[in-house]
Design a protein around this ligand. Structure first.
Ligand code: SF4
Ligand code: SF4
Length: 445
């Protein structure tokens, strides 16, 4: 009988809360503690809360399977204390060896490093991984998918919240490969003409202008906003522009660093020094760029801290890219040598979500995005081969072939970090390439 590693690999389960690291690799270890991360913190996204309220048994069962596999002695279920309904639903299914941990309603509470630190008192080493301190962390959607895999169901859908200037904000399961244009239709369409989509939430999400962008295994939701809003304007700035303004207007007040959640945990990140690298040249400038590497891209520095409304976050993002390209990437050991103790004021510097929502100008979107159990199946899906970290799988289907929902379209590459891709609905393959497009057969739904 296949073990859990094979089952979840064959089912295509990846970390649903981040870059999509293949889960089979993440649990291929032995640790003391398994943590369920349900501390969703992006404003206007409700997918984890929806999952916990509606599928608590499946999530806890998935967690128990992982605990057994990694031989964990105990589990911790992290959820925000304000989400009373989720807490009630989950509490009904928790066995004695899993404790509930209530997180504060601050941003970025759901960051893996924050969840681990607050719930265990342990710090993930800079540049390292949770297993090094005896911990495995998974998002609640991943545990749900693990349980589904154990029941024989592969990953064909992602749960997404759609919010902002849409007629009917909602949270629902959408087939992987469904276009954002079709997802938007399910939410009743945009209520304004000139809008942008922020894919992944207002803080860490990216601006998407191409509505053919497909849902993937790591999609968590998007918000629709007028192009005129302050947030949309700030998030639409290009690299040339945020670098030019950063060069001329940064007064080195260092508030970006003082409010940086990773800096407050003692990691080697100092965005004001990375900003200074824009103002300097030569060796000195180079050494300043090292202070970007531990950035988790949470955006607190740019969208909350900086009084000049500069963009230290994106300066860190582009600096990290350049550091890699120039072979200047520091090793985990080097980063750990640069780490310090947790800042004595850390516990006072959490950013309350309500105040953050006001600062972002999103206070009018107070309505939740309610769960809609069923949506209309789209006419077509275009399923990307690359949906997560790792090597591309090999396509095994042909153009014109009829496929069934759940059927393997591309097989994981052997002896590589790779995941299979499955059909997310019944239909006919109409094109193959970086995306596999399936058209629904006429008359079916
Ligand atoms: S907060 Fe803004 S102005 Fe101050 S150092 Fe950081 S980027 Fe510069
Ligand atoms: S985005 Fe800014 S606040 Fe967040 S980790 Fe990076 S430097 Fe720190």
């Amino acid at each position: 009988m296949p073990n859990l590693i094979e089952i979840i690999k064959n089912a295509g389960v990846v970390g649903a809360g981040g870059a999509g690291f293949p889960t089979y690799q993440k649990i291929n270890t032995e640790v003391e503690i398994v943590i369920a991360n349900g501390a969703e913190c992006e404003p206007l996204l409700y997918k984890d809360v929806t999952l916990m309220e509606n599928y608590p048994q499946e999530i806890v069962n998935g967690m128990l399977r992982v605990m057994e596999h990694v031989k964990a002695k105990r589990g911790i279920f992290a959820v925000k204390g304000k989400n009373k309904k989720s807490i009630e639903a989950i509490s009904n299914w928790l066995p004695q060896n899993i404790t509930l941990f209530e997180m504060e309603d601050v941003y970025p509470a759901g960051d893996e490093y924050e969840v681990v630190y607050h719930s265990t008192g342990r710090r993930i080493p800079a540049g390292g991984l949770p297993f090094e301190i005896g911990v495995v962390v998974q998002n609640v959607e991943t545990f749900y998918n693990i349980e589904q895999a154990a029941q024989g169901n592969v990953v064909t859908h992602s749960i997404l919240s759609v919010h902002g200037d849409v007629k009917n904000p909602l949270t629902a399961w959408f087939p992987i490969g469904m276009s954002y244009a079709d997802v938007l239709k399910e939410a009743g369409g945009a209520t304004i003409d000139d809008f942008i989509l922020i894919d992944g939430g207002p803080m860490m999400g990216k601006v998407v202008s191409d509505l053919s962008t497909p849902v993937t295994r790591t999609s968590g939701g998007f918000i629709v906003l007028s192009k005129e809003t302050h947030l949309a304007v700030r998030k639409s700035q290009n690299e040339k522009s945020f670098k030019r303004v950063g060069k001329s207007a940064c007064d080195q007040c260092s508030l970006c660093t003082e409010m940086c959640p990773r800096y407050l945990m003692g990691y080697p990140i100092k965005p004001h020094l990375v900003m200074r690298s824009l103002l300097t040249t030569g060796e000195y400038s180079k050494t300043l760029t090292y202070w970007a590497q531990a950035c988790c891209e949470c955006n607190i520095c740019s969208l909350w801290a900086c009084p000049e409304e500069l963009d230290p976050r994106n300066i860190c993002v582009t600096t990290k890219r350049d550091t890699k390209e120039n072979n200047m990437w520091l090793s985990a050991e080097q980063l750990q040598e640069m780490s310090t103790e947790v800042h004595p004021l850390k516990e006072y510097r959490g950013v309350p979500t309500k105040r953050l929502v006001r600062k972002l100008g999103l206070q009018n979107y107070t309505k939740k995005a309610p769960f809609q159990k069923h949506i209309k199946e789209p006419e077509k899906v275009s399923i990307p081969l690359q949906q997560h970290i790792g090597t591309l799988p090999d396509i095994i289907v042909k153009q014109g072939q009829k496929v069934k929902k759940g059927q393997v379209l591309a097989e994981a590459k052997k002896d590589a970090l790779s995941m299979p891709i499955h059909a997310s609905m019944d239909g006919i393959i109409v094109s193959l390439g970086e995306r596999i497009t399936i058209n629904r057969e006429q008359g079916s739904n």
